[in-house]
Design a protein around this ligand. Structure first.
Ligand code: FE2
Length: 373
C-alpha cells in the first residue's frame, strides 16, 4: 500500500460538507427496511408514497445516529428505477452529499465536464426550502447534492413521519458513513480517479496495485479519493489479473457493470457493535482462527482484548498513524454484490490494506462455494 499524502493536494471547487445519505433501489423497500432495522438497528424516520401524494414510488428514510439510508421502490415498470433493478438487483444508486448550494455544486461540476442527471430544483413548503441536483458517476450510480440547511421539515417536502411497530434489538452503536467504495471495470480506475480529481477537486491519498495485494487467485487495484475535510472518502477498485476470477470481476458480472461494492459504517465501539449485529443475525465473512495467531506481532499492542476480537472475528490493521478494527458482512443480497463494513478508527485513516490477504482468502472460500472461482 502506498499512502501518497495526508496533505491536501486537491482544489475545493465548492464546499462538500459530508455524506448526506445513500439511497437504494430495492425490489421491496418495505421488507428491506425491516431488515436494516432489525439487523443493523436503524430507526424509522420519514416516508413518501401514495399516502403522501407521491404516485410513482415509495421511499422510506431510516436513521441511525448521524446516517440516513433511503430505500426506494418504484410502483410501476415505467419508473426508471425498475430498469435499474432489473439490471442490477437491489443496491445503492445514489451517494448523496450535503453541500452549501446544490446549484453551485451542479453548475461547477458541469462546467468541468460532469453529466447532469437532475437539474437543480428548489422545493418550498411551510418548513423552508430544499434544493437537490444530481450528476452521474460510475455505472448507473449518481451523486446528488442536497442543500437543506434552510429546511426545518423532517426530511424533504412531500415526506411524512414514518411510523412502524417497534422492534427490540440491542444497540448496534453505528455512528455514520465512513466511506463508500465503487467497483469499476478493468482499466477504468485511473479514469475515475481523474474524474473525481477534475470534477470535485478531490485528492488521491491512497493507491495500491497487484504488487501490494494479491493471493494466488485474485487481485485488485485500488485508489482512494477524498474531500478536503476528510468526511467524504471514496475508494475505487478495479480487477487485476489473477489465476482465477477476481472478486471484483465477480461483482461486475453479477451487478452487470460498475457500482457500489461496499459501504463502511463507523462505530466508536466495534466490540459492542459486532456483538449486537451478530445477535441480530448479521452474517459476516468468516475469518480463519489462524489470522489471530500472530496478530499481536503484526499490529503491536492494542487496547482491545485479543481473545474477544478472536471470538467476534474482528480484524485489526495498523499503519504509521494508528490502528483500525474492521469486519465485513457477506453480500446483503442474493447477487454477490453489495456488502457492509463496520469500522472503528484508532488513529488510522487507512482502509485495512494489511487485512486484504486474510480477507481475500476468506472471500475466495465463499466464491468457491458459489462456483465462481
Ligand atoms: Fe472499506
Amino acid at each position: 500500500m502506498a499512502l501518497i499524502s495526508t496533505e491536501w493536494n486537491g482544489t475545493e471547487y465548492f464546499p462538500i460538507h459530508d455524506f448526506h445519505h445513500v439511497e437504494y433501489f430495492a425490489g421491496n423497500a418495505k421488507q428491506a427496511v425491516h431488515y436494516y432495522r432489525s439487523a443493523f438497528g436503524f430507526e424509522p424516520y420519514a416516508y413518501c408514497g401514495p399516502e403522501t401524494g407521491v404516485r410513482e414510488k415509495v421511499s422510506y428514510v431510516l436513521k441511525k445516529n448521524h446516517q440516513f439510508f433511503v430505500f426506494t421502490t418504484p410502483l410501476s415498470s415505467d419508473h426508471p428505477g425498475s430498469d435499474w433493478l432489473k439490471k442490477h438487483g437491489d443496491g445503492i444508486y445514489d451517494i448523496a452529499f450535503s453541500v452549501e448550494c446544490d446549484k453551485t455544486a451542479f453548475d461547477s461540476c458541469l462546467s468541468r465536464g460532469a453529466e447532469g442527471i437532475q437539474e437543480p430544483i428548489v422545493q418550498k413548503d411551510d418548513n423552508g426550502e430544499y434544493g437537490k441536483s444530481s450528476i452521474k458517476t460510475y455505472g448507473d450510480t449518481i451523486h446528488s447534492f442536497i442543500y437543506d440547511s434552510n429546511y426545518s421539515g423532517l426530511w424533504a417536502p412531500g415526506f411524512a413521519a414514518l411510523n412502524l411497530p417497534d422492534i427490540t434489538c440491542p444497540d448496534t452503536a453505528l455512528i455514520t458513513i465512513d466511506h463508500v467504495v465503487g467497483n469499476v471495470e478493468t482499466g477504468k480506475m485511473d479514469e475515475w480517479q481523474e474524474f473525481y480529481e477534475r470534477i470535485f477537486g478531490f485528492t488521491t491519498f491512497v493507491r495500491f496495485d497487484e504488487t501490494d495485494i494479491s493471493t494466488q487467485y485474485s487481485s485488485l487495484k485500488s485508489i482512494v479519493v477524498r474531500s478536503k475535510n476528510w468526511k467524504v472518502k471514496l475508494p475505487i477498485n478495479e480487477p487485476a489479473k489473477g489465476i482465477k476470477k477476481s472478486q471484483i470481476e465477480e461483482y461486475l458480472d453479477f451487478n452487470e457493470g460498475a457500482g457500489v461494492q461496499h459501504l463502511a459504517i463507523l462505530t466508536g465501539d466495534i466490540i459492542k457493535s459486532i456483538t449486537a449485529l451478530r445477535t441480530n443475525g448479521v452474517d459476516f465473512l468468516d475469518v480463519p482462527d489462524t489470522y489471530y495467531d500472530d496478530l499481536e506481532k503484526r499490529v503491536g499492542p492494542i487496547d482491545e482484548d485479543m481473545a474477544v476480537l478472536k471470538k467476534l472475528k474482528i480484524l485489526v490493521d495498523r499503519d504509521e498513524e494508528g490502528y483500525l478494527l474492521q469486519l465485513f458482512t457477506k453480500p446483503l443480497e442474493d447477487r454477490p454484490t453489495l456488502f457492509i463494513e463496520i469500522i472503528q478508527r484508532k488513529g488510522s485513516r487507512g482502509f485495512g490494506q494489511g487485512n486484504f490477504q486474510a480477507l481475500f482468502e476468506s472471500i475466495e472460500r465463499e466464491q468457491e462455494l458459489r462456483g465462481n472461482l
